[in-house]
Design a protein around this ligand. Sequence first.
Ligand code: UDX
Ligand code: UDX
Length: 435
Amino acid sequence: MKKICVVGVGYVGLVTGACFADLGNSVIALDVDEERIENLKKGILPIYEPGLEELVERNVRSGRLTFTTSYKEAVDGTEFAFIAVGTPSGVNGEADLQYVASAATSIAETMTGPMIIINKSTVPVGTGDWVADIVKRAQPEPVDFWVVSCPEFLREGSAIGDFMSPHRTVLGSLHHEAAEKVAQLHLPLRAPIVITDLRTAEMIKYASNAFLATKISFINEVANICEALGADVKEVAVGMGYDKRIGPMFLDAGLGWGGSCFPKDVLALAYMAEEKGLNPRILNSVMDINYERRKEAVALIEAMTEGVNGKTIGLLGLAFKPNTDDMRDAASVDIAQELTAAGAKVRAFDPVAMDVAGALLPAVEMCPDPYTMSQGCDALMVITEWNEFKQLDLEKIKGLLNSPVIFDGRNIYEPAVMSAMGFKYRGMGRGFNGR
Ligand code: UDX
Ligand code: UDX
């Protein structure tokens, strides 16, 4: 059992803290947001993540997981301090590290004994060295510490599973023994552990996310070619995925990626390259293709409805992906705003994200369920592939719509089935497939 503190109880920090507690460690989770901490002490979580409420409750009850806003309390006697604060994009796309600096400074000012400081947040290559300088300068008295990079590979909606069964744990440090100690924390996960230097570990994270984003933009470009040539990209992806060198995952064509990671991480990696005078052509194209998807979707629904002005359009799903309430860079925001600007009345239903989305989309009418929303709509758009949309009573939906028009931004329906039911249906990349 080790004493661990986690700074930042967002999507990454709260999952990290709760999982380390569940492995038997004593974890104290800190945040500067007092309301967030007060709520957590009452069992109210700041985010929706499947399974997290029960995991937090169980570990709080066992006394392994506690919450505080006091760095002194969090750091006292702690051997490991994970920094999991936000690293949002700055104005030019660079990662904004002010919160990392603030966390590192506060740890340095309060640490009482030797400590391993671990960057869990996604930070630009070279940040580990920078954090070490901050800590050294901020310490009132020199106290031994070592910096380790331990990037997170958590997907929202499956974060607990991703933590407990990682494909690999990546550790980077200039001090091998410090990395080895952090490796010990991860042994119960029984996954491969890659130990390298700080910069390489930081780069593994960016390169991994940028590759996954590239895979998605690749299949989205193929989707447009499929559409033009009469092939079904969904089946193309199946045929490709059996090749072990390609793999079946992250080949779902549609509205593309959003969230708090891919957008920020691809942008940051391109920025790091350009800072060094390089031209990240692929990364820039990956971003261009991705954000075009949202414009293409609006153009398609405009064509399907012969103009959205004065029409009512219903959005099925708002969150950037299923099983989360996270609206950060969600495609729904751009699409809803463009439709409203084009004179449409926009309605929406999302099983989880409507509270968060309401603040971002005040002009959108939030509806209690897909059927109520469909009543009187001129068209529907599938924006987020929540499971509950996959078996909707489409006959009932058809009867509620003014006109049977569905744009499927996540290709959850089959073109042949939809046309047989009398829908005017468009997916993204669903050429022919009349079978
Ligand atoms: C963040 C980054 O976005 C991600 O790239 C990185 O890999 C992990 O950290 P996330 O957990 O989604 O991911 O951040 P967010 O949900 O914004 O939570 C950050 C938390 O840090 C917030 O609760 C915020 O209050 C807290 N925080 C911020 C601090 O505790 N101290 C600070 O100085 C600033
Ligand atoms: C991602 C990485 O997967 C994770 O390893 C990293 O730690 C954080 O960033 P996350 O952003 O939570 O995780 O979600 P993910 O499931 O990767 O989806 C990212 C975006 O890509 C979503 O908007 C999703 O809708 C989209 N996506 C995903 C596709 O458009 N097609 C796909 O095939 C897969």
